[in-house]
Ligand binder design. Structure first.
Ligand code: FCB
Length: 469
């Protein structure tokens, strides 16, 4: 979409997450999370990288706020580390941890930047995992208590409270394929985790409604655009099944107040879903001011014919176990390039398609793009500049896709680039760089890539065609 002008009210932001940037893993009373344990387990992350130091944001947050202000962004999406504010995941809160986020929020407000706080971006206190983790209902109840503590402390100084980031990843990558913490490969536990994450969302959402009524409430989902390899009945049914696991397992209870019947039927060989108690689904469907959408790439499936070699190119890491519970007869096919350094295909049209689907199915639900961006192997030239043209091209094409969707009626209110800084990219450690600002991990020096200059111009003008690199 050329010549599109975003309105002044459109929010331009950037996003990060606690374990990916903070470091200071043992400072000021922080407890341990499942990601500390996982990343310190040999063989779990690329090069054995951990978030112990990361981008050292815990000590450099003032400088990082300076970059956000200099970029001219209207909002900053960060996450709160549960083990930093409530070590152990129950009982007493840690003053030093709360104070850190309180200063961060005040610092954003002083600079005229909206704080958008995610309560859970994957750093579950290890003690709660030891007691069953997200497979246990108790974890959702603990989450409600944690939410009450942080919303009580930060309240409506936080503009938007986001309960969860990508519960799909927490449940299926954490408990089915095991490529994320806690690294379990138990399909039934993964589906229980789906429900307990949904329940945690509903419980925490109600806390926000009651304690900080002026704040916006949201959740962030990584919705999948699933396409069929052919229009055969079998391939279309493969799409339906994956759509149920990937998308409707969350959209259903959160926005429609019920799990889809086909999801329960498809997974009946794994669980009877008796962990869903009467009243849970109603509780989960707390009205949302904003639905957060993360988008990176698309998914292509077909029904396995029982003979061909299996294909598992779903972009979600390599594991002997699949994240796709009870969908063993579905193949995930490699897609045409180009690809990012994650090996993910670049498909901005699918982004438009996703936003239009949401408009069609949930016409009155405002949307926010809470993550979009790309990892590439950046090259620092002799004069210190980083000409990350491919990242700029990715961003330009995906923001144009958002413009396209808006022009067709999708109510998208803002866009957060992933990420402000290079950071700890989970199982891929420091090897994959998503930042618009480079971090030199030896010196912790921050350097703007060309994409940061480009994004600054876009945020200032709202005009995609006029932002030049
Ligand atoms: C998303 C995560 C985020 C980051 C990006 C690349 O799945 O929410 O933390 O790792 O992918």
């Amino acid at each position: 979409m050329t010549g599109y002008v975003f309105p002044e009210s459109f929010v331009w932001g950037s996003a990060t997450a606690s374990y990916q940037i903070e470091g200071a893993a043992t400072e000021d009373g922080r407890g341990r999370s499942i990601w500390d344990t996982y990343s310190h387990t040999p063989g779990r992350t690329l090069n054995g990288d951990t978030g112990d130091v990361a981008a050292d944001h815990y000590h450099r947050w003032r400088e990082d706020l300076g970059h956000i202000a200099e970029l001219g962004l209207g909002a900053y999406r960060f996450s709160i580390a549960w083990p930093r504010v409530q070590p152990g995941g129950s009982g007493k809160f840690n003053r030093a941890g709360i104070d850190f986020y309180s200063r961060l929020v005040d610092g954003l407000l002083e600079r005229g930047v909206r704080p958008v706080a995610t309560m859970y971006h994957w750093d579950l206190p290890q003690e709660l995992e030891d007691a069953g983790g997200w497979a246990s209902r108790e974890t959702a109840l603990r989450f409600e208590e944690y939410a009450a503590g942080i919303v009580g402390a930060l309240g409506d100084r936080v503009h938007t409270w986001t309960t969860l980031n990508e519960p799909w990843c927490s449940a299926y990558l954490g408990y089915a394929s095991g490529v994320h913490a806690p690294g379990r490969t138990e399909p039934a536990a993964a589906l229980a985790a789906v429900h307990h994450l949904n329940l945690a969302h509903g419980l925490a959402g109600r806390v926000v409604r009651e304690t900080a009524p002026a704040a916006d409430l949201s959740v962030t989902l990584n919705l999948h655009v699933v396409r069929a390899a052919s229009d055969s009945e079998a391939d279309l049914d493969a799409v339906r099944r994956i759509d149920a696991l990937a998308n409707r397992a969350f959209l259903g209870p959160m926005l429609d107040g019920a799990y889809p019947a086909d999801l329960l039927a498809d997974t009946a060989s794994v669980t009877d879903w008796s962990f869903v108690h009467d009243g849970d689904e109603k509780l989960i469907a707390v009205p949302l001011d904003m639905l957060g959408v993360n988008y990176y790439s698309s998914t292509l499936v077909r029904a396995w014919d029982g003979v061909s070699p299996r294909s598992d190119a779903d972009g979600h890491g390599q594991s002997a176990a699949t994240p796709w519970v009870a969908a063993d007869d579905v193949d995930f096919l490699p897609q045409p390039g180009p690809y990012t350094a994650m090996g993910w295909n670049i498909d901005p049209e699918a982004f438009t398609e996703l936003l239009l689907r949401l408009r069609r199915e949930y016409p009155s639900q405002p949307l926010m793009i809470t993550e979009n961006g790309a990892a590439f192997d950046d090259v620092v030239s002799a004069d210190g500049t980083i000409s990350d043209d491919r990242r700029i091209d990715y961003l330009r094409r995906h923001i144009a896709a958002v413009a396209d969707a808006r022009a067709q009626g999708a109510d998208v209110r803002g866009y957060f680039v992933w990420s402000l800084l290079d950071n700890f990219e989970w199982g891929y450690g420091y090897d994959r760089r998503f930042g618009i600002i480079r971090v030199d991990y030896d010196t912790q020096v921050r350097t703007w890539k060309q994409s940061a200059h480009w994004y600054k111009q876009l945020a200032a003008t709202g005009r995609l065609d006029q932002a030049t690199s």
